[in-house]
Design a protein around this ligand. Structure first.
Ligand code: DP6
Length: 326
């Protein structure tokens, strides 16, 4: 029986997606823009099984009922599309250099969508793969591509998908500072809902992120790394201000997040361009120029252990799939 193995990279947003216009279809309130990271990826194998239930293994561990149900519901989208009711064995591996709490739903659903497309022979275009990945997790729509990726908000099922943005030669890389390796306390899915329902700043975030997106695309075109960095920082902090102002407040910052942010500022005072961003968790991601990587690492290693830092180049490859004969 044929088995397919797909690979997709995780991505970090420079302009953040936060909140849904349509929860069921995962249509966002804003467009967003991200970098796909080479060092963090998911590999997922899928095959048909003779069973009345799907099976789901993550990092070789069979997953319990809740996780299985989530995945089965997702596979139903492909079963419907292919008019094929067969059950599936899913074996997924998150490749993260350490047990970092960085396991990403973005790379997971991008890899799963890519693998299922091959298994069910649905023959989807990149655009449709992005749409299907989006149905699993919004940010997964962007992990279909390597490089710089924009997820256009769109207005309905068909028009909300990601596409690659041309990189005119901007020199970029990322370093993740692992502040806390545990699972995040409140999921982004839940936190988005609370923010939308209760934060008085939410509308302002939506409006400003539109401006940020236009400005960052312009800065990318102009190969203006500092501008890209400034917009990235400001956008992330606008998102966090909005999240913090939810009721009850949601705070992803920890003391060590602030420490890492200050370290990034210190790098800048030393003349090294570096900018921070944060997602729905306390880890700090630092945007740097690849050509500065050694210098930045040297500075960071004065305060951090090597195992608390993950360096990543920007992924150049899109999500891909290969056939494994069993
Ligand atoms: C802060 O894509 O994980 O990382 O669509 O509910 O699965 P769901 O949310 P998810 O949210 C990502 C939020 C973010 C910003 C971003 O990646 O754009």
């Amino acid at each position: 029986m044929k088995k397919y193995k797909a690979k997709a990279n995780a991505n970090i947003a420079l302009i953040k997606y936060w909140g849904k216009e349509n929860e069921e279809l995962i249509i966002p309130n804003t467009s967003s823009l991200s970098l796909s990271l080479e060092a963090l990826y998911t590999e997922t194998k899928v095959s048909f099984i003779d069973s009345d239930k799907d099976k789901f293994y993550l990092n070789d561990q069979e997953q319990a009922k809740d996780e299985l149900e989530k995945i089965s519901k997702y596979i139903d989208l492909f079963r419907d599309l292919a008019k094929n009711n067969k059950r599936v064995l899913v074996e997924s591996y998150n490749h993260v250099p350490t047990a970092a709490g960085l396991a990403s739903s973005a790379s997971a659903y991008a890899a799963l969508a890519t693998a299922l497309d091959a298994l069910f022979e649905t023959d989807l275009s990149k655009k449709d793969l992005s749409i299907m990945a989006r149905r699993g997790s919004g940010s997964a729509s962007r992990s279909i591509y390597g490089g710089i990726v924009e997820w256009e908000k769109g207005q309905d099922y068909e028009s909300s998908f990601a596409k690659k943005i041309d990189n005119p030669g901007l020199d970029m890389a990322m370093i993740i500072v692992l502040v806390n390796k545990n699972k995040k306390s409140i999921s982004s899915r839940q936190a988005m809902k609370t923010t939308m329902a209760t934060s008085p700043l939410y509308e302002s975030y939506i409006n400003h992120s539109k401006e940020d997106l236009e400005a960052i695309k312009e800065a990318i075109k102009n190969k203006d790394f500092n501008k890209v960095g400034e917009i990235t920082e400001h956008n992330a902090m606008q998102m966090h201000a909005t999240i913090i102002s939810s009721n009850p407040p949601i705070i992803y910052f920890e003391e060590d997040s602030i420490k890492a942010i200050n370290k990034v500022r210190e790098l800048r005072t030393k003349g090294i361009p570096a900018y921070f961003t944060m997602d729905a968790g306390p880890n700090v991601k630092i945007l740097i120029q690849k050509s500065d990587a050694d210098k930045v690492m040297e500075e960071l290693l004065k305060d951090y252990k090597e195992s608390d830092l993950i360096y990543s180049d920007i992924a150049s490859e899109d999500a891909s799939v290969e056939v494994l004969e069993c």
